[in-house]
Design a protein. Structure first.
Length: 123
């Protein structure tokens, strides 16, 4: 299984980024052994479509679940249509968020948690 955790940095001690489409870094990891790949978000500075592009990136990376603070409607639609489970409400350090995920402390999102412009500069 491969999950994506949105992160402010490139390691497990970084904070969870509260944004999906505009997060700084995607940590793609195996929750069992915590081996991970840090991938800088190439879409974070887009003026539009960041959620869609980031969602499509997760599909190409073979992600099964996304763990993040929030997800907008466009990203949610792309992820859910691909069968990728979305868990929102994550916060704190990435390592702690993954442990909480493994303990079942997050519920699968059944809708976006924020509007379409969340995380944009000045919004």
């Amino acid at each position: 299984m491969k999950i994506c955790v949105t992160s402010t940095g490139k390691d497990l001690d970084s904070e969870v980024d509260p944004r999906f489409g505009r997060c700084k870094v995607f940590l793609l990891l195996d929750p069992g052994n915590l081996q991970f790949e840090a991938l800088e978000n190439p879409h974070g500075d887009f003026t539009g479509g960041a959620g869609i592009q980031s969602g499509q990136l997760m599909i190409t990376k073979g992600v099964n679940a996304v763990l993040t603070g929030n997800v907008g409607p466009n990203a949610y639609q792309v992820l859910s249509a691909a069968g990728i489970k979305v868990y929102t409400g994550a916060s704190g350090r990435v390592k702690e968020a993954v442990e909480n995920y493994k303990l079942g402390k997050y519920k699968t999102a059944d809708s976006p948690s924020v509007g379409s412009k969340f995380g944009m500069p000045g919004k």
